[in-house]
Design a protein around this ligand. Structure first.
Ligand code: GDD
Ligand code: MN
Length: 872
């Protein structure tokens, strides 16, 4: 009886026939029986004759195809004549060791699996004799398939499957990757196993894999993912695209020549080109299509993609022109190339996707995730070195200029990261922020792994999608504050908590100790997860046994050791930062009921849709699964989100909180929210509407981020900067202050003191952007009795001086009064009038700055009020 059929496609393999059949039939004598079907595609080297010679002595058949050679078609032709219901496919050239045949076919033969893959990329598998470039091509091919196909070796040519699956393969399938087609046709429903094999490069004949096969592979992959490779009438679409590019570049050059700014020129040329592109596509590329090709919603999507491409390319231009000092006339070329790529991918997957229902909802979410996450990561990377620092970042940069074990108002991680980033990438915005960017990637990695462990790979991908688009996590991935490493450590801690408490891996405690230690070096809020963990082990009977094991205690000890720098610093500084932080334990200290504000903050941090989704995710009964693992998972999400949330909720009843304090606690809820996004629900139910609301939310968030970045870096013509930009644009502002200092220096013949007239932000930004050879001598308002945070340590007291003094403020108040409203002129010698100036960039007003010059400083005179304010 024939148990299974081995199909071997051949194309000019004359020297391989004897060896492979000999080795195969040597197996046959030992165990079971199979037939071999050789499908030849018109070999010219005598391969068919060789096979005929075998047909008499063994169970071999030859199928000769006469049509155009094609591997997939050959295999299907073999399947058509096979006598058994289990099929194995392998190469003729002995690349696939015949001795692994039974190992590969066994899982299908015994009925436990639908498909078994001879895999090079699982432990025990490998490749021998392939040149490096071939290995890389194979790897890249595999990686490209990973988002939509959950196996390690989707391009293997050695695999077994149940025969009836062949009928599920798309009629469009062709080329080398029949396995991929098979897997995707049955996505999610097939039981697949990978059996390790070692691939040996052939010794006889040559490979038939050509560039065109790889091209076909890419095209099939794109189609299977739901993208249209060819859009409209493909040649016309391409021609229209090229024509639009010429218009874009030509008009841009013209506008730049006639003196338009970078922003105006590239936006105008882009919109002109887009209008031409759209009209020509409509009238020409899609003309032959029978259905009405460009409907309203497609116009909307077309514009959406265009605007995203435009806002991204502004960053590319800024990077090249401002960062690398490449002339705009040259920089426009790579910028346009980036635009074209975004436009094409957007059109292929979003505006004109293939038949809407063909990839499953699940695959469409995955493709969306990959696209959006890639866009957001690129957006951050391109803009992070171009957008000027906000005051907080500049303050932490100042920390890094006074490297220490810890600091007064924050633990040291943020400073250490800035120190490292600027040491490697240069003392500029990019160097300051690269740590935040990398922290964002680490957050994504750990949360992906957590969601995959709690749910599945699709959920994990949507979790990363949420991280990319939700405001709290988008911002922490580009702005360098303590929250960036905090989020990464929080995600890592959650991951190890799950591994230890739910999966029961004792080795996870080591990771937990490290993550917790590093996290608490970032921000003390992480401590709330410790409370949550304790609560979990108390409530979960299975995890409770950890209380009697050494691991949690050793992990805590390890975290404590990592935390030592903060303890040592505090010992040396009269516990200053500990007492500062414990005064903050109740909030910012205004004793106001602020729960309603907490709610408003959550709307901003999570978006309304995100907040509603979080509420649904945490609602009891959100999931119907009542298995033990599902119940433990719910408890985990509940406790690790709910505990810190409850703490902040209670605090908010007695005091105001900073608006971003709750940000990290939402990490634990994201996997459940992401899971809900992919469920099939009644479209009219609340959950259904929520699902429908995600798409516009994602698009809006992407647009808002791209818009803000373009706006602050390049400006948007016609939209002036609002008054609150007084907190920003310190690069240009510092430049103006430098001019004033220069004048005073010349007049008085002495180095003036420059005082940033608030706690730390003005002084910090002036320090960062002061790039003249002669640095300014900068102080903060603690000179006038304000609390200066770290400036109190760097410049504890200022003696009276006859040097000139320049006060710098963001508004008039700041250069007139101290923090508690006392006139500061009594501490100044001959204070001049308050002056103000509008800061410009290329004829565009950015903001206003206030300043005031005095002839000397009389020393700090405390008034009763300012004594009180110091204690606040
Ligand atoms: N009938 C038929 N028609 N057979 C073909 C054709 C064709 O058009 N093209 C190639 N073959 C046969 C070859 O004779 C050989 O038996 C087998 O298919 C594999 O072809 P190779 O030319 O040896 O491919 P390769 O070694 O470069 O690629 C192998 O490794 C890849 C992994 O990256 C194959 O196993 C691929 O399927 C695999 O993807
Ligand atoms: Mn080969």
């Amino acid at each position: 009886m024939t148990q299974f059929s081995v199909i071997i496609p051949t194309l000019n393999e004359v020297d391989n026939i004897d060896p492979i059949l000999t080795r195969l039939f040597a197996l046959n004598r030992a165990s079971g029986s199979f037939e071999v079907i050789i499908v030849d595609d018109g070999s010219q080297d005598g391969t068919p004759d060789k096979v005929h010679a075998w047909e008499e002595k063994a169970n071999v058949r030859l199928v000769e195809r006469k049509s155009k050679p094609d591997l997939t078609a050959s295999i299907l032709a073999g399947v058509a004549v096979a006598k058994s219901n289990v099929i194995v496919v392998m190469d003729a050239d002995l690349s696939h060791p015949p001795e692994r045949l039974y190992a590969v076919v066994a899982p299908v033969l015994d009925g436990s699996h639908d498909v078994a893959i001879g895999s090079r990329y699982v432990p025990g598998g490998g490749i021998e004799g392939w040149p490096l470039h071939r290995q890389w091509l194979s790897r890249i091919g595999g990686w490209l398939a990973r988002p939509i196909c959950d196996v390690s070796d989707a391009t293997s040519g050695f695999f077994a499957f149940r025969r009836e699956l062949a009928s599920t393969i798309s009629e469009h399938a062709h080329g080398y990757k029949i396995l991929l087609e098979l897997l995707l046709a049955g996505q999610g429903k097939l039981k697949v196993v990978e059996v390790p094999i070692c691939f040996h490069d052939r010794t006889h004949g040559s490979s038939k894999l050509s560039f065109s096969h790889q091209w076909i592979y890419l095209q099939r992959l794109m189609t299977l993912a739901g993208g249209s490779v060819a859009i409209g009438t493909a040649n016309r679409y391409v021609a229209v695209g090229l024509f639009s590019i010429i218009i874009d570049i030509g008009l841009f050059q013209l506008l730049i020549y006639s003196g338009a700014g970078l922003s105006l020129a590239h936006i105008m040329s882009f919109f002109a080109a887009t209008a031409v592109n759209y009209t020509l596509n409509l009238k020409w590329s899609f003309q032959s299509q029978h259905s009405d090709p460009l409907r309203w919603h497609q116009l909307g999507r077309f514009l959406t993609v265009s605007v995203m491409a435009l806002l991204m390319r502004g960053g590319v231009l800024a990077w090249l022109v401002y960062g690398w000092h490449i002339p705009p006339l040259l920089a426009i070329f790579p910028a346009v190339a980036a635009t074209a790529a975004i436009n094409y991918l957007g059109h292929a997957f979003y505006v004109f996707p293939v038949n809407k229902n063909s990839p499953s909802l699940d695959i469409r979410w995955r493709v969306t995730s990959v696209g959006v996450v890639a866009f957001i990561i690129l957006l951050r990377l391109i803009y992070l070195g171009q957008a000027q620092l906000i005051p907080d970042e500049a303050y932490y940069w100042n920390y890094a200029q006074h490297m220490d074990l810890s600091f007064y108002d924050h633990p040291p991680m943020v400073a250490w990261l800035i120190w490292l980033g600027t040491a490697i990438a240069g003392d500029n915005e990019f160097g300051v922020r690269i740590g935040a960017f990398l922290s964002g990637l680490i957050t994504m990695g750990y949360l992906y792994a957590l969601a995959k462990n709690l749910y599945d790979k699709s959920t994990a991908m949507r979790t990363v999608l949420l991280l990319a688009i939700l405001p709290f996590s988008f911002a922490t991935g580009i702005v360098m504050t303590a929250d960036a490493p905090l989020l990464a450590a929080w995600a890592a801690t959650l991951y190890y908590m799950e591994r230890a408490l739910i999966a029961g891996h004792s080795s996870a405690w080591l990771g937990m100790g490290i993550a917790f230690g590093l996290g608490i070096l970032s921000k003390y809020t992480l401590g709330l997860l410790g409370i949550a963990a304790l609560l979990f082990v108390i409530l979960d009977p299975i995890a409770r046994h950890w209380l009697r094991r050494p691991h949690p205690y050793l992990a805590a000890l390890l975290a404590l050791v990592l935390f030592l720098p903060v303890i040592i610093w505090n010992m040396e500084h009269q516990w200053a930062s500990i007492s500062f932080q414990s005064s903050r334990l109740k909030g910012v200290g205004d004793d106001q009921f602020s729960t309603h504000l907490l709610f408003v903050n959550l709307l901003v941090l999570l978006t309304p849709v995100g907040l509603l989704a979080a509420a649904l995710a945490l609602r009891p009964g959100s999931e119907h699964d009542n298995s033990q693992s599902a119940r433990r998972r719910r408890l985990f999400v509940w406790i690790f989100t709910g505990t810190p949330l409850a703490v902040f909720f209670v605090l908010s009843m007695f005091d105001s909180l900073r608006f971003h304090w709750t940000a990290p606690l939402w990490l634990a809820a994201l996997p459940t929210i992401a899971w809900m996004m992919g469920q099939n629900v009644d479209l009219r139910s609340i959950k259904g509407r929520l699902q429908a609301a995600w798409r516009p939310t994602i698009v809006t968030c992407m647009f808002v981020y791209a818009f803000i970045l373009h706006y602050v870096v390049l400006g948007i013509p016609g939209i002036p900067y609002p008054a609150f930009m007084k907190y920003y644009f310190w690069r240009e502002t510092t430049h103006e202050i430098e001019q004033i200092v220069e004048e005073v220096r010349l007049q008085s013949g002495q180095e003036p003191l420059v005082v940033g007239m608030n706690k730390w932000s003005i002084a910090s930004t002036l320090f960062f952007y002061n790039r003249k050879d002669e640095p300014m001598d900068i102080r903060s308002r603690n000179m006038f009795g304000d609390s200066g945070a770290m400036y109190q340590f760097w410049h504890p007291a200022e003696p009276p001086t006859t040097r000139s003094i320049i006060l710098v403020g963001m508004d008039q108040q700041q250069v007139e009064y101290d923090r508690s409203g006392n006139d500061i002129t009594s501490m100044l010698d001959q204070p001049g009038p308050v002056q103000s100036m509008i800061i410009m960039r290329e004829d565009i007003p950015l903001r206003r700055v206030y300043y005031r010059i005095a002839q000397g400083y009389l020393g700090y005179q405390s008034t009763p009020e300012s004594v009180i304010s110091k204690h606040n």
